[in-house]
Write a protein of this length. Sequence first.
Length: 334
Amino acid sequence: MRVVLGIETSCDETAAAVVDEDFNVVSSVIESSIDVHRPFGGVVPELAGRAHVSTIGPVIARALHEAGLDPRCPGIDAIAVTSGPGLIGSLLVGLSAAKALALAWDVPFVGVNHLEGHLFAPLLETKDLRWPLLTLLVSGGHSMIVLQRDALGHEVLGETIDDAAGEAYDKVARWLGLGYPGGPEIDRLAQAGDAEALKLPISMLGDTLDLSFSGLKTAVVRATETHPDVATNDVAASFQRALCEQLLRKVDQSLESHDVKGVALAGGVAANSALREGMKDLARRHALACYLPSRAMCTDNAAMIAAAGLARMKASGPSGFDLSAEPNWLLAQV
């Protein structure tokens, strides 16, 4: 059976995984440099790149070892690597490693769009996905609603015009003094808070399927300045309600005009408890299948890159060694 090594270094996680041709995850290793960035309240590109350089070799070796493969001669049939979008320094580390190993092992390699990789996360855990599918892809750098006609056929119906949802979480968390990353902590606090404590606006109420979170972030700042006595739990709950309400309304609008068989979540913010419950409710209301990847598959990982690489290589063949990193590679350009 053919197996692919996936490599992911688009931001602050160094990841490697081995996935077989049936999308079974044989091994998956993730090494995060988040502790390095936490004091700065966000990812520092230079530090992220240095962390990848020091960890890429051991992470790949561990992924191969956990898959029962000899790192010196692993029998890998191909290599898939994230080539964009992301931080240019981080992308180059993974891409350079993939090219070096492809040459050493005499195997093909393929560059993968990181966002398309996220769309493959549900496939790793549910082999019988029903197409077409409407996917809400939300992360620290991207927020979009994607119509997936099949595994490789996708259309971006709407996307953020300013901050991404995860970025809004981090900025609000920083304002509240909660540290980095902000999403998990706000989600935790919100579960014990009153979502009606602050009346925060829901943006983009018109017919457009685009998203916007910059105004919500500013509204939180203004509201907490006006009402400094409101508990942090309540601020977190109010913010989370407003953000999730906008996302879910846009998914609902999309379902009114597109005939699909299921809805899915993808990206780091897909681990959010309120958003997961909201998507389940939407799916029930529209009598659709609901595909929620495990929280481990929501965050950046190399298994999803390997899966996307498998599909891309079958459809279009391998990449050339002149492939360069594309930090601004749009999903719509794939």
